[in-house]
Design a protein around this ligand. Structure first.
Ligand code: ARG
Length: 464
């Protein structure tokens, strides 16, 4: 066997000169793809076992490959594994180390595979693991939202449109709105996982391989549903990562909306809720301050997550089949976005768990700004048989009087209302309180406490 010259890389057979430092600098990816170490080892273990089962390598060589890979796994675990720039990426770093540990048998591991199917497999495994982690985090977040909903199924608060008081709702209903959103986010990730769960390994460089490999065995050994059916697609596809980033982007927008509400609600002007010391910070100059930094940062994370989604979309756009080195740029956006989402979900879960609604303030705000005007109009429709459009007009006139007298609707004299429409009776007062307003909204999905409690029961059994 010909020996390769000293100082040559794994692929340097046809090269007589070393790459320039700049070539090395732009080429090297071990600084970030070392995060694939566990996935790369898993892939190699399964691949080598398959090669031995198919008699493509000997049992003996496989045994020493397995032993070497095991040692590498424990070195990585212990933090003693030598990650070296000269070996470019995680795949070559592990192979180089394997050679140091077991010698020549290591050279058999790369039979019937390429770094192209190897990296595609590692990446799918990594994203799949991350999706599973998110799934567990969604459950935690949903559970704290559910608990807040349960404790506040009849806590009044103003509901807003245009951030103007609109109609009273309950705090529990508001929490359940987010629970629904995060449930859809969770479902989007689960859906993405299903589509992702096909195995590229065995596609080799791009065209498949002449060896009698068993792709079904490697796919199932790595927990994939099946092998990808087309070798060109197997090494080229990154839509699983794009899909995961899209789902992450949507989830980040949901988180940012809740975060924004927390920022607004904790301001002295609103004073709707209090955050705990654990999730707020002080100011270095203003001693009175309690800042909702965690909420603000969760609100901001959407920027880098959507940025990552854009970045990878643009990297992939226009790439011809099959592998191009451009695709080495696929990993960092995903790592960055997923790290950000991971932290944002954890911070939101912590904030919601400790959140204290200020019930008195919320109740007062719920009744302010003529928030039961719609209830008045509905009463006119129901009791006097008015068409809704007319009732809307009459109620508008009554609101104008209340505003002129500086009174809430339920504080108005009956005569003031009778002046607008003489058929109005004192029965109207029964619908003018925010409590009566929310209790009346029993239509499916409405804010009535009975509805909220029903939804809570449904979520409790679903999240068990
Ligand atoms: N580090 C490379 C990447 O992340 C691995 C695949 C390299 N393949 C190749 N043909 N050079 O994309």
């Amino acid at each position: 066997m010909s020996k390769k010259p000293k100082g040559q890389s794994m692929w340097g057979g046809r090269f007589s000169d070393k790459p320039s430092d700049i070539m090395q600098a732009i080429n090297v990816s071990i600084g970030f793809d070392s995060r694939f170490a566990a996935q790369d080892i898993r892939g190699s273990q399964v691949h080598a076992n398959m090669l031995a089962a198919q008699k493509i390598i000997t049992k003996k060589d496989n045994a020493s490959i397995q032993k070497g890979l095991k040692q590498i796994a424990s070195e990585i675990e212990a933090g003693t594994f030598p990650f070296r720039d000269e070996y470019e990426d995680i795949h070559l770093n592990i192979e180089a180390r394997l050679k140091e540990i077991i010698g020549d048998a290591s050279g058999r591991l790369h039979t019937a595979r390429s770094r192209n199917d190897q990296v595609a497999t590692d990446f799918r495994l990594w994203v799949r693991d991350a999706l599973d982690g998110f799934d567990a985090q969604f459950v935690k977040l949903q559970k704290v939202l559910l608990k807040q909903a349960e404790q506040n199924s009849d806590t009044l608060m103003p509901g807003f449109t245009h951030l103007q008081s609109a109609q009273p709702v309950t705090f529990g209903h508001h929490m359940l709105a987010y629970l629904e959103m995060f449930a859809r986010d969770r479902a989007r990730f689960a859906d993405c996982r299903k589509r992702l769960n096909e195995c590229p390994l065995g596609a080799a460089a791009l065209a498949g391989t002449p060896y009698p490999i068993d792709r079904k065995a490697t796919a199932s050994g790595l927990g994939f549903e099946r092998p990808l059916a087309n070798s060109l697609d197997a090494v080229s596809a990154r839509d699983f990562a794009l899909e995961a980033l899209s789902a992450a982007s949507i989830c980040a927008t949901h988180l940012s909306r809740l975060a924004e509400e927390i920022v607004i609600w904790t301001s002295a002007q609103f004073n709707f809720v209090s955050l705990s010391d654990k999730f707020t910070t002080g100011s270095s100059i203003m001693p009175q301050k309690r800042n909702p930094d965690a909420a603000e940062l969760v609100r901001a994370k959407v920027g880098r997550i959507v940025g990552a989604s854009n970045a990878l979309t643009i990297v992939m756009k226009g790439l011809p089949l099959a592998y191009s080195k451009d695709m080495q740029e696929d990993k960092e956006p995903v790592f960055d976005a997923f790290d950000a989402l991971d932290l944002a979900l954890a911070a939101m879960t912590g904030m919601i768990a400790d959140l204290k609604p200020n019930k008195k303030v919320l109740a007062a705000a719920a009744g302010a700004a003529f928030s039961t005007a719609t209830d008045l109009a509905d009463w006119l429709v129901r009791e006097l048989g008015m068409p809704f459009r007319d009732a809307h007009h009459v109620t508008g006139a009554i609101v104008a009087i209340a505003e002129k007298h500086g009174k809430a609707l339920h504080e108005l004299d009956l005569n003031d209302m009778k002046n607008i429409d003489k058929r109005i009776t004192d029965g109207v007062y029964s619908v003018l309180s925010p409590k009566a307003s929310v209790a009346s909204r029993r239509s499916y999905g409405g804010t009535a406490p009975v509805n909220v409690r029903k939804q809570i029961r449904r979520w409790k059994s679903r999240l068990k």
